[in-house]
Design a protein around this ligand. Structure first.
Ligand code: T4K
Length: 371
């Protein structure tokens, strides 16, 4: 197939027209409030809580700091059960809190943590479960909560892929004790860098806000050994403008997904994820899985072939987190414990998807895979 003139990457950040953002910048320049719970920060917290259908949200400089802080908020210690099939930040947040990650395998349907494997991994040191709604598809939240309730564990969802996802008519971030979001450039809603913690009550929101601002509860009062993980006013202002375009962007993503689903379902050796029930999706990622035997070439051969034609997909999430040097020595990191995760990681390619991806280019990508 003919090589594309310009490269297409797995994603391209959505940005509003610059003119739309200028008045917000002007306001920051006029009032000289740049950070520390400024007016745009407060406004974005209100608008997002409303938009996401959640009671309390606290904005962060990025999703990783939100994760690291969330573990402090609930005073999580000892061991935490988590998934190896995610971005490294999920497990790194445990490491930064001196918590031992305990990996359990994923379920093959959506690639989320397999709830039926959780109980066997619980020890007297386990204090929490840290699942990921990978690619924006909800985990089995009911079953995970049931297990957490029986064993007295906290649940913190890494919902970095899940902005705007609803499950059974409710914002997905209403499940678990806390959820974290990422507003990184590569996410469906971006503030360049950014993130958030979602919680259910006022007291917890207060504690989160102390912790993200050094622990300050007043000019001379420190409530806890906090960190500086606040979102600044430029990020918050951008978030306010981005929110106005969110629905339109999701509709454009859906149009790409419709092409991919239509064109790729019938290819021997290529599998795509099913559509989850009772869920409003955000179409953040479009993973395909390559079965070498039926497709004829390996995942990596297809990956390279696409690259040669200027199509830069990504192998999210390969290698597994449990295979990185700092985690591979853990008992739970042994491959025999993580067979499904290994299989998905070795087969996955996430195809380019973003609102401004031309429909014709999406069709061209499919043709490359069919060829
Ligand atoms: N938990 C989960 C489950 C996550 O997936 C993530 C982040 C986090 C936690 C942590 O949240 P943050 O602390 O990041 O808020 C990217 C992102 O850096 C990362 O945010 C994301 N997950 C992960 C899945 O993907 P890379 O290393 O693949 O990014 P990069 O820079 O290679 O970008 C991919 C492509 O996007 C580039 O080839 C081109 C395009 N791009 C990227 C950027 C940054 C642009 O066109 N413009 C840009 O500004 O990690």
């Amino acid at each position: 197939m003919k090589k594309l003139e310009n490269p297409i990457y797995v994603t391209q950040p959505s940005l509003p027209e610059l003119e739309e953002f200028i008045p917000y910048l002007q306001q920051i320049w006029d009032n000289k409030i740049l950070t520390n719970n400024g007016p745009f920060h407060q406004q974005l917290e209100k608008e997002l809580a409303n938009f996401l259908g959640v009671p309390y949200i606290s904005l962060f400089a990025n999703g990783t700091l939100a994760l690291v802080t969330a573990l402090q908020v609930l005073r999580i210690t000892g061991e935490v059960i988590t998934t190896p099939y995610s971005f490294v930040a999920t497990t790194h947040s445990l490491w930064w809190n001196n918590i031992k990650p305990v990996f359990v395998d994923i379920e093959p349907e959506f690639g989320n943590i397999n709830p039926e494997k959780i109980e066997a991994a619980i020890t007297p040191k386990t204090t929490a479960i840290l699942p990921v709604h990978v690619y924006g598809n909800p985990c089995n939240v009911e079953r995970i909560q049931e297990i957490a309730d029986i064993y007295g564990l906290k649940v913190i969802y890494d919902a970095a892929h899940c902005f705007g996802v609803n499950y059974k008519g409710k914002g997905i971030c209403n499940f678990g004790d806390l959820s974290i979001l990422s507003f990184h450039a590569t996410k469906v809603f971006n503030t360049m860098e950014g993130g958030a913690i979602i919680c259910h009550d006022k007291a917890t929101k207060k504690r989160i806000d102390y912790l993200k601002n050094f622990g300050f509860a007043g000019e001379t009062t420190i409530m806890a050994p906090g960190i500086n993980s606040k979102m600044n006013e430029m990020q918050a202002a951008l978030g306010l403008v981005q929110l106005k375009h969110y629905q339109e962007n999701i509709a454009k993503r859906k149009a790409i997904v419709d092409i991919y689903r239509k064109e790729l379902t019938t290819i021997n050796g290529i599998t795509i994820l099913p559509i989850p029930e009772n869920t409003d999706l955000n179409h953040a990622y479009f993973p395909i899985f390559v079965d070498e035997k039926n497709y004829g070439i390996t995942r990596d051969q297809l990956y390279e072939r696409l690259k040669q034609n200027n199509i830069f997909g990504r192998r999210y999430f390969y290698p597994l987190i449990s295979e990185f040097p700092m985690y591979k020595g853990l008992d739970s990191a042994v491959p025999s414990n993580l067979k499904t995760a290994k299989q998905l990681a070795e087969r996955v390619i996430c195809l380019p998807i973003y609102p401004d991806l031309d429909i014709e280019l999406a069709k061209y990508i499919c043709k490359n895979i069919k060829n």
